[in-house]
Design a protein around this ligand. Structure first.
Ligand code: F6R
Length: 614
């Protein structure tokens, strides 16, 4: 979703801001803009609908001088994608320019009030209302920018990260956050501002993550100052970020998504590093050990998440219930937060989020916390809001995920959930020792087996060409493979815009079978596991209706190869770890179909990487 970048220092701001916007492109956006206070003290705002490159084209002939500026990529909420609605927005006096990520919920009431005072609006956005409100407060009360921002934010209901530039004060940026992320980078005689650390890491590794209701006053040549909305001075913690620049580049791959699919063996290895010790037959997630009474004493676990992370949660439920015999419920965070759920201090809530910023997941955590539940986070993005809002948790350590469609984060989440279930099972002694050891050993072999799956890339690319005609796809799986079917279908929808649905294979008879005809591709996860025979019958049912079956099978399976139209042979593994193997060819299938159809794989239309509004 919207991306924020800011710079103040001794260098020219424009190239830094543009590069920063490009680093944030992965979040998803439809327009971009920049505001700079030029060398001759003009506050220049340039905006364009489309990509950052369109903005560069638009600004090419203009005055882009200045050592202070703010820039933005917009993901439309209020008002269509257009130059007028793009940020930064000027105040009517053109003394202020503001960028915003989030939603001002009471913008209509505030707009009416400002219109009655004579303010006029050029856009349909909630953001323009905020900049006009700050301007109004400044002018009528003769206040400085900081005081006006503080008063304005007390009137605003909603979620936001903002940054404001003032023409009359070119030595300062004022930035604030509530429920949307904002990071300040501290360099030598310069400061950076961004929605996450990716635009900052090439300049400095020192960052401050702003907390809710904090305002940063970033002044040239001074120390960073952070206050709350009531002007109480805060003591910001300066942290070190450890992002390697190579992780933010494509490294020879045509797309981030393909790079991230191929990174999975290393990612899973990194995720398990120091946590699995095969020689000692042990798995340790330190957060589980630290809070084992709380976790083992829980009446039940509730896992909250959205999208792909929700699919990982379904696999987590299966793992925890079968290894630990603890009941687990899985909830969409967006539903959970609004349905007054029965929850109390005997419950443990596990929140799963790659970005650590998903607004609904954060709100679900807040609700569960307020009812006394213990919260465990599983996140990728270090220092993001969710890890800071939970009691404890585990990072998945798969490195930045730039492709909008989640790949390595999903397999990382499943790996952490497997380790969590194993650690608990060991403490609870709920798994027979032989079985525990077998799973631990097999988990440690997953990266090698994933590498074998990646060797199928060319074959899957070839297969993909056959299916670009399709307008619909069905994905079927049972048991551990059902969430994989959902995930495979989601990947295809997101990046190829082909309608796809995942179903538990046996559910097909209860309705979806009506869709099967000679045109319909049906992807069936039919690896060797406890329900193999049942899935085989499901494939027969599809073939009896001329459906085109693409089956994922275990190497050496010569039964399904005689029935299915196409088979993708995968290395054998334990049933409980099968999702870590079967997900990978489905990611590749979606990727190649989207590439064949000429789609923008890394930045699919309408999608945002970090869903910071509900
Ligand atoms: C799909 C995808 C989304 C996210 C969802 C939750 O490829 O990436 O469905 O999984 O928006 O995001 P996080 O995990 O960041 O909370």
């Amino acid at each position: 979703m919207c991306g924020i970048v800011g710079y103040i220092g001794t260098k020219q701001a424009y190239p830094i801001l543009i590069k920063g916007l490009k680093r944030l492109e992965y979040r998803g956006y439809d327009s971009a803009g920049v505001a700079l206070i030029s060398n001759n003290r003009h506050l220049n705002v340039y905006k364009a609908k489309g990509k950052v490159s369109d903005l560069e084209g638009f600004a090419a002939e203009k005055d882009i001088s200045g050592t202070v500026g703010i820039a933005h990529t917009r993901w439309a909420t209020h008002g269509e994608p257009s130059r007028a609605n793009a940020h930064p927005h000027y105040s009517s006096s053109e003394n202020l320019a503001l960028i915003h990520n989030g939603i001002i919920e009471n913008y209509a009431t505030l707009k009416e009030k400002l219109q009655s005072k004579g303010y006029q609006f050029k856009s349909s956005t909630d953001t323009e209302v905020l900049v006009q409100l700050i301007d109004y407060i400044m002018v009528t009360n003769k206040l400085d920018l900081l005081s006006a921002v503080q008063l304005a934010l007390q009137e605003v209901i909603g979620a936001y990260a903002i940054a404001v530039l003032e023409k009359n004060n070119p030595d300062q940026i004022v930035a604030a956050r509530k429920s949307s992320p904002l990071v300040v980078g501290i360099g030598e005689d310069e400061f950076f501002l961004a929605s996450d650390a990716t635009p900052i890491v090439e300049y400095t590794d020192k960052v401050v993550y702003l907390d809710d209701e904090e305002i940063a006053i970033i002044c040239r040549g001074e120390e960073l100052k952070v206050v709350d909305f009531r002007n109480v001075e805060m003591n910001p913690e300066i942290r070190e970020v450890k992002l390697n620049l190579g992780q933010l580049e494509k490294g020879g791959f045509p797309h981030f998504m393909l790079k991230e699919i191929f990174e999975q063996p290393d990612c899973i290895y990194d995720c398990m590093r120091g946590r699995i010790n095969v020689d000692a037959d042990n798995v340790v997630l330190s957060a589980v050990i630290d809070y084992k009474e709380k976790l083992l004493g829980a009446r039940r676990f509730i896992i909250v998440a959205c999208g792909t992370s929700w699919h990982a949660a379904l696999i987590g439920k299966h793992l925890i219930e079968s290894f630990c015999r603890i009941p687990v419920e899985v909830e969409y965070a967006s539903e959970f937060r609004y349905r007054d759920p029965v929850i109390d201090e005997q419950d443990v809530v596990i929140a799963i989020s790659q970005s650590g910023e998903t607004a609904d997941t954060l709100a679900a955590i807040e609700l569960a916390r307020s009812r006394g539940a213990f919260i465990y986070g599983i996140c990728n993005s270090v220092g993001s809001s969710i890890p800071r809002a939970t009691h404890t948790g585990s990072y998945i350590h798969v490195g930045p995920e730039i492709g909008v469609a989640s790949t390595k984060a999903f397999t990382g989440q499943v790996t952490v959930l497997a380790m969590l279930a194993l650690t608990l099972a060991k403490e609870k002694q709920s798994l027979p020792r032989e079985e525990f050891l077998e799973i631990v050993k097999e988990l440690s072999h997953i990266p090698e087996k994933m590498k074998k799956v990646l060797e199928l890339n060319h074959r899957i690319a070839g297969l993909s060409q056959i299916f670009t005609y399709a307008h619909n796809f069905i994905y079927l799986g049972r048991g551990y493979s059902y969430p994989v079917a959902l995930e495979g279908a989601l990947k295809l929808k997101e990046i190829s815009y082909i309608h796809a649905e995942g179903y538990p294979a046996a559910e097909m008879k209860h309705g979806p079978i009506a869709l099967i005809d000679a045109e319909m591709p049906v992807v069936v996860i039919a690896t060797h596991n406890g329900l193999y025979e049942k899935v085989l019958s499901n494939i027969q049912e599809i073939k009896a209706r001329q459906g085109r079956v693409i089956a994922l099978v275990t190497e050496g399976d010569n039964v399904i190869s005689g029935i299915a139209d196409y088979c993708i042979e995968l290395p054998a593994t334990l049933e409980c770890l099968d999702p870590l193997i079967t997900t990978v060819p489905l990611q590749m299938l979606a990727y190649h179909i989207a590439v064949c159809k000429g789609k923008d794989v890394d930045q699919p239309r309408n999608l945002a990487k970090s869903v910071t509004v509900e």
